[in-house]
Design a protein around this ligand. Sequence first.
Ligand code: NAD
Ligand code: MG
Length: 402
Amino acid sequence: MKQSVAILGATGSIGQSTLKILADHPDKYHLYAISGFHRIAELVDICLQFQPEVVALPQGYVGLFKDIAAQKGLKQLPELLLDEAGLVAIASASEVDVVMAAIVGAAGLSSTLAAVKAGKRVLLANKEALVMAGEIMLAEAEKSGALVLPVDSEHNAIFQCLPQQYFSHRQHNKQPQLGVSRLLLTASGGPFLNFSLAQMQQVTPAQACKHPNWSMGQKISVDSATLMNKGLELIEACHLFAISEHFVTVVIHPQSIIHSMVQYIDGSTLAQMGNPDMCTPIAHALAWPERISTQVKMLDLFDVQKLDFCPPDLEKFPALKLARQSMREGGTAPSILNAANEIAVAAFLQEKIGFLDIANLVDAVLQQSQFESADDLNVVLAADQCARDNAAHWIRQYGVQA
Ligand code: NAD
Ligand code: MG
């Protein structure tokens, strides 16, 4: 029996890597539904190649989609579902077994949560959804029986290095279980690892988006450059593996060959390694507990020769420190951090604020916020909105005026 797959965010970097794997395994997977927010021509191309039954897109793009579909000779028009309601509908459709949650940012929260509530196998790339509403999401997964599998390469690596039964033994006491003592979350350090603060003051969006090892969407590329990405991943790891933040160490490893590690009480350290290509974690999460092939080049250790490690410099990369503090604070603090960061990254990409302002802005918004418990989605969404408003205010005050 083929598994029926929905890809939320099919036109993005993770979406495209997922499509590559589906194309390699037509005997195992059927693409039932996709979504896209822009790049409508690419959305039509996916329809030409895979003939999904359903497409979710913004209402304003329906006409454009139909025009491009006619131009490109798409014979069978898929059912078109609109806006956020469309995303939620495909995430929870009874026809769907597996949902790839690959929308970027808080925009993916409602559909990711819908997939979890519907009890799907959820391949989680949209880390922001978990950062915002980790407690809610995992409580819903427990109720519905949804299997939330990490696609983020570090979390997928940790998942591979943990004992098989770790997930089902998740405890609520935030202590490592089953002989695990610590998680080592690796980070490439991004394009500015060896820059001074003075140099970082001057960097452009184009420089920030040029990651040394990975090819990714713009937002996560900037997050990797500030190390906010590692901060979001620290929070993601705490939720996914039910562990408190002081059991997670961030290790800078510029080659991105080891994707993360798990240490055990007997002195063992297990690492998952591979060439940096998201097709590996995506294929792992799709097929788990089995394995399927990918076209990723096999790791050649003679080629790699050496692996370097160092601790992160929190003076140069304060975003990581802010994320750890917000996880320690708990409640709505991580969703405030995330919302302020989304606004800051967008403003940096539009050249309204400088690179170092991203963490300054997030810090300022956190400092003026009050934190509440995050077990009610409305409270989380209100905190998210308030942080966005405060961030926009900060930019009006300190950003470059148009
Ligand atoms: P991307 O920018 O390449 O793609 C984002 C996708 O989301 C696109 O399909 C876009 O159309 C859709 N989208 C954007 N805004 C939307 C909105 N408001 N409503 C609905 N859809 C919207 O991003 P990406 O690099 O593929 O990252 C996707 C997610 O996966 C992010 O959460 C990122 O942190 C995570 N992730 C990415 C990578 C990677 O290598 N790219 C690795 C690990 C985790
Ligand atoms: Mg990652």
